[in-house]
Design a protein around this ligand. Structure first.
Ligand SMILES: [Zn+2]
Length: 195
């Protein structure tokens, strides 16, 4: 089995969608993250998805690559990391709030990834359709924060270990990560109320 096949065998669409923050009904329907979807029009089957609204379809790797703007190969790597497939290390708790690990870098990466997931969903969901449309505050927040969040994750996940350590230290020392994780906690409580 190559790694594409082993990822597909290990993670089904529903697991991936829920892991990345989508709410999935018992019959496998969810709001499509790839178009402005008010009512669930995407069906998640065991091994493929299909959106009745915009026609998006594919397997769990296509889904992940499109959701996060990654190449298929990078999407495979992400799924392997997030679900602990074929790796010696534990899957990253996603998101973690209750017991922040001692490891600051890991905490920062988890919190920033969770925020990134919200921002990417907002960027798609609240995108203005016409040039004159009012800008939704969530869309504005996504456009403003995405470059910074991506840059911080690059620093934390890059090969420069000193830079990663200093970035994490600064984020924790100045309280940014604590504030962000409180903000995310409120967001996910709101999401649960809406679900
Ligand atoms: Zn769609």
């Amino acid at each position: 089995m190559n790694q594409f096949e082993s990822v597909k065998a290990a993670v089904n669409l529903r697991q991936a969608a829920e892991h990345y923050g989508l709410t999935v009904s018992r019959n496998g329907m969810t709001c499509c993250p790839f178009h402005k979807d008010q009512h669930p029009s995407m069906k998640l089957n065991e091994d493929y998805f299909y959106c009745f609204g915009c026609g998006a379809s594919g397997d769990v790797i296509d889904f992940t690559s499109r959701l996060f703007g990654l190449s298929p190969y990078a999407a495979v790597r992400k799924l392997k990391t997030d679900f602990g497939i074929g790796a010696e290390h534990e899957p990253l708790p996603f998101p973690i709030y209750a017991e922040p690990p001692r490891d600051r870098e890991r905490l920062c990466i988890c919190v920033l990834r969770d925020y990134l997931r919200h921002l990417r969903i907002w960027q798609l969901r609240y995108r203005p359709e016409e040039p004159g449309d009012p800008i939704h505050p969530r869309f504005a927040e996504a456009m403003k924060a995405l470059p910074t969040v991506n840059h911080l994750l690059d620093c934390l996940l890059g090969n420069d270990l000193l830079l990663a350590r200093q970035t994490a230290e600064a984020l924790c020392r100045e309280g940014h990560i604590r504030q962000l994780s409180e903000y995310l906690k409120i967001l996910s409580e709101k999401e649960r109320e809406c679900a």
